[in-house]
Design a protein around this ligand. Structure first.
Ligand code: HEM
Length: 390
């Protein structure tokens, strides 16, 4: 890294990407950028600035007057529609977010504790029955959050494979095959549209769909369009992220059998280990903002209107914040990571996502005997196959 020339670093910056194969070597790229070009410009996707240091990312997160989330936090965007509350600025953001808060209180989470555990336990038993070499991603990490979400949202559990496929098409195909993404997006909207058509106001029922149908902003019910955009966002935000986190945890434990044994010997360490998975192997590597007024970050001028990417995955390995930042240290005490963001848009489902991850790993370790990777080249990132031997 010390031999990186100015020309090299310009090239690294210009080619900086955080999707697809770029993720294979992204931690080396982040380290180079943090030390030589902490704020820089990539020419990918029509051009964007990136911010790689933890403090700068937190500062931007906490300054929504300079950094707008519109037109989309996802970059490149997954959809033309702005999704509430993730793509809304203040003051609308406050109302759009507030309406969801009652769904994510500790009391609501408590109600979900048993269903989460039962789902994880049942899926772990099904997975182990497939035998050594089975795919822990498709066979476990993906179904667990998708089934939990189906119960929460109020659609038939048997439909989870459809959702799983749509998430894949939307999140992972959007860059290479936008037509596949659009078809899946339409299918998801049609699906929720039909659920809303058949909605009956049953006071006994308390699914997410029921809750949204009864919700009001300033005494006005949500429009059909708002309802659909909420459903779409919650589906996008809660499935792939949690599946990635569970898969990443299993990936790490398959490659680091000492850590696996430590968690088997003392399951009370699992929540702390999960924070490390969220820090080092974050499902959300970056989110975008739009600069609203000319500003300077670490000496670099950024103009109003420019798109900027906050590289959470880099901030999470910032050597100025985390000693030995590239080590997944399951006993790490201080862990102020950016896995769930950090400002007014901080993940609303963080407690739910965390619980699914922790319970997901607990149940997996209880049911599946000691395991190692069946193929050592399987990637750390994404929700692709993760075959393991046990
Ligand atoms: C391990 C799992 C998860 C991870 C890593 C994750 C990560 C994130 C991140 C990084 C953001 C953007 C924060 C920012 O820019 O400051 C976000 C926003 C959000 N997430 Fe999550 N998320 C997870 C699970 C969930 C779940 C399960 C749900 C709900 C079902 C959810 C709902 C949301 C919502 C509604 C927002 C937008 C909040 C706002 O704009 O005010 N997330 N999440």
């Amino acid at each position: 890294m010390t031999s990186t020339t100015k020309k090299d670093i310009k090239e690294v910056a210009a080619n900086f990407d955080f999707h697809g194969e770029a993720l294979d070597t992204i931690f080396d790229t982040y380290a180079t950028l943090r030390s030589k070009c902490p704020v820089g410009r990539s020419e990918k996707y029509g051009g964007f600035w990136f911010i790689t240091k933890s403090d700068d990312i937190f500062a931007a997160e906490q300054d929504p007057e300079t950094w707008s989330v519109r037109p989309s936090m996802m970059f490149p965007p997954v959809t033309d529609a702005e999704l509430p509350p993730i793509d809304s600025d203040q003051p609308e953001h406050t109302d759009y977010r507030r309406i969801l808060l009652p769904l994510f209180t500790p009391k609501e989470l408590k109600k979900l504790e048993e269903p989460i555990r039962e789902t994880a336990r049942a899926q772990a038993a099904e997975f182990v029955a497939k035998g050594s070499g089975a795919d822990a991603s498709y066979g476990y990490a993906r179904p667990v959050p998708t089934i939990i979400f189906s119960n929460l949202a109020g659609y038939p559990e048997k439909d989870w494979p459809k959702f799983d496929q749509w998430v894949d098409d939307i999140i992972y195909e959007r860059v290479e095959k936008p037509e596949v993404m659009r078809a899946a997006e339409k299918a998801v909207y049609d699906y929720f549209d039909a659920l809303l058509d058949n909605w009956k106001d049953d006071p006994e029922s308390s699914t997410l769909i029921d809750y949204l149908c009864r919700a009001k902003i300033n005494d006005k019910p949500l429009t059909r369009d708002e309802l659909l955009r909420y459903c779409y966002l919650l589906f996008l935000a809660g499935l792939d992220t949690t599946a990635w986190a569970i898969r990443a945890g299993i990936w790490h434990l398959a490659h680091n059998t000492e850590d696996q044994q430590k968690l088997r010997d003392d399951p009370s360490l699992i929540p702390m280990a999960c924070e490390e998975f969220l820090r080092c192997l974050s499902p959300v590597q970056a989110m975008a903002r739009t600069c609203l007024k000319d500003t300077v970050v670490r000496g670099q001028e950024i103009k109003a209107g420019d798109r900027v990417v906050l590289a959470f995955g880099s901030g999470n390995r910032d050597e100025e914040i985390f000693p030995n930042p590239d080590k997944v240290d399951i006993l790490r005490q201080e862990n102020r990571h950016l896995g769930f963001g950090g400002g007014i848009h901080r993940c609303l489902g963080s407690n739910l996502g965390r619980r699914e991850l922790v319970v997901g790993i607990e149940e997996f370790l209880k049911v599946v005997p000691p395991f190692t990777p069946a193929d050592p080249d399987q990637k750390w990132h994404g929700v692709g196959p993760l075959n393991i031997k046990f």
